[in-house]
Design a protein around this ligand. Structure first.
Ligand code: NG1
Ligand code: ZN
Length: 544
């Protein structure tokens, strides 16, 4: 951005004066009409990051589970992970610079990171199905070309697909081929290898209802289907042909409302799942004969996957350290079950995928899931090597070899870069097939404690400061004491509060022995927040 022509280009993507946005838990996210300048500037920033890392960087245009009118942008680092924390700071700085301050802001980043501007840059761009996506991703591409970076526009892809492409590109194809077809081939071949030899699998067992949230996941499931050779038979609902994105459907709706999405024809006992708007989350569910809705969220998914992996490790005789990483939102029953019955190493981190991802990297095998269904499994290089060696060892027993081969194909079905609805779906379907398990049997592994999530409006949510992976509040004064004494009133109760990283609210979580208790506790804690942390608007009302 030295030349006046470049300044002119940036003037084509002007910033509305005074608008302030924050690179939050999941990047920038707001109404699409306020994002053109942010996109252009993220194109500039991704180009700098690419020069800085000498690697390809990704820019995904999406607002995930939020309404169609919104949009957002996330930056992807070289190995397919979320962008490094300091660069989140640069992103905020750059997005908020007034028009005249843009050049100095860029120069500041270049200086601080000692970026060699003659270094080549390469940026991958993708977008979800939002109507604003085409224009906004063009703004990103304009930003990249302004700094003479190369770019590749993948067009409509899921968020995890773009993460995958970035990782493939930067590992020179070792992780896979950096094409959407390559992604389908790698995942579906692994899935077919996992399920093909499972005896007596009926068509009924191969059947799954998928709610595509009227988003990109639906399009991509359709494209992938022909690679699955009918080993998985999908009935796709909310495919975007008529309904509105994320409206009354999708993983977030199902998890938060604890009810079935509209538009899905569920028969009793049938296995169903919902993706979110950019296909990086998944939850499962079914309805029982009594008409009751049963949700299998990220905690149940982590339990199924880690149990399966632990059994395989035992059969293979491999001594690998496996852990499950959760957040404070994990249902207490899941933590209890994994820790005490399964004897798995448990970790709790702050909310936000990057925290879970980093914690999971510390183990040979790290299974991480947020309760909302975002998660994946990470395998260390050592783990992958040991598994490979065993699979190729001609002296090992049949049982060990079988376990090692299953582990190898499990690794290949997983998108290790980030949570991925499609990859997680294939993994879960394969595990259920191999274990000969119904969705009801999976659900019965443990029973969720009833819980409730509420939001409280306060003038500044940041007055709440937390510690211990967000499970305790250190400020404002008296709040934690108030929560502690409310929790004592109920059996098996737990509650915590934290400022949201994506909305201007305080989130309240409560769980207890009964739904009535969880609801009452959540309400009472909301009142404490309202009174002690500067509530605005009407006082929170009881739920019943
Ligand atoms: P916030 O708004 O910080 O609670 C929400 C989710 C996170 C994560 C991010 C990013 C809950 C309680 N919180 O964050 O888990 O997924 O959005 O999308 O589900
Ligand atoms: Zn998402």
């Amino acid at each position: 951005m030295q030349r006046s022509a470049d300044t002119e280009k940036s003037a084509l993507h002007p910033k509305p004066a005074g608008l302030v946005l924050q690179y939050g838990t999941a990047g920038f996210r707001t109404n699409a009409k306020n994002l053109d300048h942010v996109m252009f500037r993220m194109g500039l920033l991704a180009t700098l990051r690419s020069k800085n890392t000498k690697a390809t960087i990704g820019v995904m245009v999406t607002a995930s589970h939020n309404p169609e009118e919104d949009n957002g942008v996330k930056l992807i680092d070289p190995m397919g992970e979320m962008v490094a924390m300091v660069w989140e700071g640069y992103a905020t700085q750059l997005a908020n610079a007034e028009q005249d301050d843009l050049l100095p802001a860029l120069k500041d980043i270049i200086k601080r990171e000692a970026i060699n501007m003659t270094q080549e840059a390469n940026v991958f761009v993708g977008r979800d199905t939002r109507s604003s996506g085409a224009c906004l991703s063009q703004a990103v591409l304009d930003g990249v070309s302004t700094l003479d970076g190369h770019s590749k526009d993948y067009g409509l892809v899921t968020t995890p697909q773009l993460h995958y492409m970035v990782c493939c590109q930067n590992t020179q194809g070792q992780y896979g081929e950096a094409t959407v077809e390559g992604y389908y081939r790698k995942l579906s071949q692994a899935f077919i290898r996992l399920t093909k030899n499972v005896p007596n699998r009926t068509d009924d067992q191969k059947h799954l209802c998928v709610d595509g949230a009227n988003g990109i996941g639906a399009l991509k499931v359709r494209e992938m289907e022909r690679h699955l050779e009918r080993e998985l038979q999908i009935s796709l609902f909310n495919d975007g042909s008529s309904g509105k994105l994320n409206h009354q459907c999708g993983a977030d709706f199902v998890k938060v409302q604890q009810k079935a999405p509209t538009g899905v024809e569920m028969t009793v006992g049938e296995r169903c799942c919902s993706f979110d708007g950019d296909a990086d989350r998944i939850v499962y569910y079914y309805s029982s004969s009594a008409g009751r809705f049963h949700l299998l969220d990220g905690d149940k998914i982590a339990t199924l996957i880690s149990t399966f992996l632990k059994e395989l490790l035992t059969q293979a005789g491999l001594d690998l350290k496996m852990a499950v990483v959760q957040t404070a939102y994990a249902n207490g029953s899941s933590t209890q079950y994994l820790e005490n019955t399964m004897k798995v190493i448990m970790k709790c981190t702050k909310t936000g995928v990057k925290h879970l991802h980093h914690a999971a990297q510390e183990f040979d095998i790290g299974v991480y899931f947020e309760s909302n269904g975002h998660g994946t499994v990470l395998f260390s290089k050592t783990a992958e090597q040991k598994i490979k060696q065993l699979a190729e060892d001609s002296t090992s027993s049949d049982e060990k070899k079988r376990a090692a081969l299953l582990l190898q194909n499990t690794i290949n079905v997983i998108n290790q870069t980030v949570g991925d609805s499609i990859s997680d779906m294939l993994l879960i379907e394969a595990i259920l097939a191999i274990k000969g398990m119904t969705v009801q049997q999976w659900d019965a592994i443990y029973s969720d404690l009833p819980n409730r999530q509420l939001k409280v409006r306060v003038s500044n949510p940041r007055v709440i400061d937390t510690t211990d992976a967000e499970r305790r509040a250190v400020s404002p004064a008296g709040l934690q004491e108030a929560i502690d004494s409310l929790v004592k009133k109920y059996r098996q109760a737990r509650s915590f509060v934290r400022p949201s990283g994506t909305e201007d609210v305080v989130r309240v979580y409560a769980e207890a022995e009964t739904q009535e208790s969880a609801d009452a506790l959540a309400h009472e804690v909301s009142l404490a927040v309202y009174r002690l942390a500067g509530g605005v608007g009407d006082e929170p009302k009881p739920l019943h």
